[in-house]
Design a binder for this molecule. Structure first.
Ligand code: SF4
Ligand code: SF4
Length: 139
């Protein structure tokens, strides 16, 4: 294996990139971490377009029996980055950023959840790790 690496290096002149010391430039349209913007999301008004578009069920919507409270969850551990939800979302609430270092020790840090109470536009963001907002907490 090492001999093939050396042969490749001699042929191309490059064995490794400078990462992680220097981050390489990302191509246009790079799909990093998928982000959900609670303020734009219309789940409280009945939208579930992204959930229906998501084949691996990385996006799920839990609706209370009375149809009031809703919880929209995004699991980056299941997301395959297909982008169908981004294309489907009518309000631009979903978008990829340029972050690609997504390894975590606690799988719960890969979850993002937005809770809507009684169908109102009030919401709170819950998710783990460094991404947790000031008003966020883990459910
Ligand atoms: S990018 Fe694809 S897999 Fe990931 S949440 Fe959106 S629809 Fe699901
Ligand atoms: S498609 Fe967009 S607006 Fe609708 S529930 Fe999903 S994130 Fe919210």
């Amino acid at each position: 294996m090492q001999i093939s690496w050396i042969a490749r290096g001699l042929r191309t002149g490059v064995l490794t990139t400078r990462y992680p010391t220097v981050r390489e430039p990302l191509p246009a349209g790079f799909r990093g971490r998928l982000r959900l913007a609670p303020g734009r999301c219309q789940a409280a008004r009945g939208c579930d377009d992204c959930v229906r578009a998501c084949l691996p069920r990385a996006l799920t919507l839990e609706v209370a029996p009375d149809g009031g409270a809703r919880r929209l969850r995004l699991n980056l551990g299941t997301c395959i980055g297909c982008g169908l939800c981004v294309e489907t979302c009518p309000s631009g609430a979903l978008a990829f950023d340029s972050e690609y270092e997504l390894a975590v020790r606690d799988p719960a840090d890969l979850w993002t959840e937005v809770a809507f109470d009684d169908g109102s536009a009030d919401h709170e963001l819950e998710h783990g790790g460094a991404e947790r907002g000031e008003n966020g907490h883990r459910g």
